[in-house]
Design a protein around this ligand. Structure first.
Ligand SMILES: *[C@@H]1O[C@H](CO)[C@@H](O)[C@H](O)[C@H]1NC(C)=O
Ligand SMILES: *[C@@H]1O[C@H](CO)[C@@H](O)[C@H](O)[C@H]1NC(C)=O
Ligand SMILES: *[C@@H]1O[C@H](CO)[C@@H](O)[C@H](O)[C@H]1NC(C)=O
Length: 331
């Protein structure tokens, strides 16, 4: 009887932890693909819009566009772009990352759910914003070498973003002999004063930061530093950072998980320094840095570097700069 009861419960909500069962975790053993349009590559992000009725995922691709998923019958369609010099003729479907300074190369997205504004981190064009109908985004802060991540504070409206380096850009990371440095930064853009402040210096490559839902801290991954720090925004430790997770392989974007106070990070085997970690994976952890779950994506992503693991309605959307699809893992 008890078993039957538990089975029923797990059918209703397979991924929820019940207080009287140890943990019922999603296994994410089912898989499907959201294919990009023919010839398009590099979906490094997966963002959803809206609170109750959600749209997406929206993603950023190598040819400089931000695309929106409209379901399996239509697929991905154009939504926005970042470079004022971009033309569809010149840029659509290019896979050459060296065209980024002309076509744009958006890497990260973060929606402000109340206004519907979409904040964009573009490797070459800095921090931008675009309205609910998309089109050409407006630059808010530029002049950075390599902007990598962005996250909106849902409480204050401030925007947190990262630059990976003051010396190298996205193109350099795949050039022979490339050596990462520790000149990355965490920055804040205040939409009321339009001012940018530097919060952290000396980061070893920027991944995608994320602000906690309650606005008390920002999690800051260091792609080459193999760690995730917690930068306090309020309280006695405000404006200081502490290391939350160490020795995690090339952490890219950190995203908020479905449950309050939990996060996902996209980890990869990496190239340099190469971690003793053989598969791309998603790791779920809590505000104290306790690892709760570890999901391998090796079967579909092999040894590729992944950029994002985004949880939405119990599914995991996995993006990579090195594929032509977003992977969806579910139960
Ligand atoms: C980065 O790559 C660009 C384009 O190939 C090149 O002009 C620049 O010198 C490189 N910078 C470094 C630091 O290697
Ligand atoms: C995830 O699991 C793999 C395989 O069991 C292990 O090698 C790796 O260290 C784990 N990662 C974390 C962050 O716990
Ligand atoms: C990934 O695997 C391919 C072949 O399976 C191999 O050629 C390549 O060197 C591997 N990449 C890394 C970073 O290990």
């Amino acid at each position: 009887m008890a078993t039957l009861q538990m089975q029923k419960l797990s059918l209703i909500s397979a991924c929820v932890a019940f207080p009287y069962i140890v943990v019922v975790s999603c296994q994410y053993d089912k898989f499907s693909k959201l294919e990009l349009p023919q010839g398009v590559t590099g979906p490094g992000s997966a963002a959803f819009r809206g609170l109750l009725f959600t749209e997406g995922p929206f993603t950023t691709v190598t040819d400089g566009r931000i695309l929106k998923w409209l379901g399996p019958n239509i697929g991905f369609v154009d939504f926005a772009y970042t470079s004022p010099t971009r033309t569809k003729k010149l840029c659509d479907r290019i896979t050459d990352e060296d065209k980024g300074p002309i076509c744009g190369r958006p890497l990260a997205l973060s929606f402000q759910p109340i206004t519907g504004l979409l904040y964009i981190a573009d490797a070459y064009f800095g921090l931008l914003v675009v309205g609910p109908f998309g089109g050409l985004a407006t630059q808010l802060a530029g002049g950075f070498k390599f902007t990598t991540g962005v996250s909106v504070d849902l409480i204050s409206g401030n925007i947190y973003f990262t630059v990976a380096s003051l010396t190298f850009d996205l193109r350099n990371t795949t050039q022979p002999g490339f050596k990462p440095d520790s000149t990355g930064r965490l920055l804040r853009y205040n939409p009321l004063t339009k001012r940018v402040s530097v919060l952290l210096n000396g980061l070893s490559g920027g991944g995608g930061p994320t602000v906690s839902r309650d606005g008390t801290f920002v999690l800051v991954p260091e792609f080459y530093g193999n760690r995730i720090s917690k930068y306090w925004l309020v309280g006695p430790k405000a404006n200081t950072a502490e290391i939350l997770l160490n020795n995690v392989g090339n952490p890219n974007k950190v995203t908020r998980a479905g449950r309050f106070g939990e996060f996902w990070v996209a980890l990869s085997p990496g190239v340099q320094p190469r971690m003793p970690l053989i598969t791309p994976q998603g790791v779920r952890f809590d505000t104290n840095g306790v690892v709760l779950q570890n999901v391998s994506f090796a079967k579909q992503f092999f040894n590729r570097t992944i950029s994002v693991v985004q949880e939405q309605n119990g599914k995991l959307y996995v993006g990579s700069r090195f594929t032509n699809f977003i992977g969806v893992y579910y139960n």
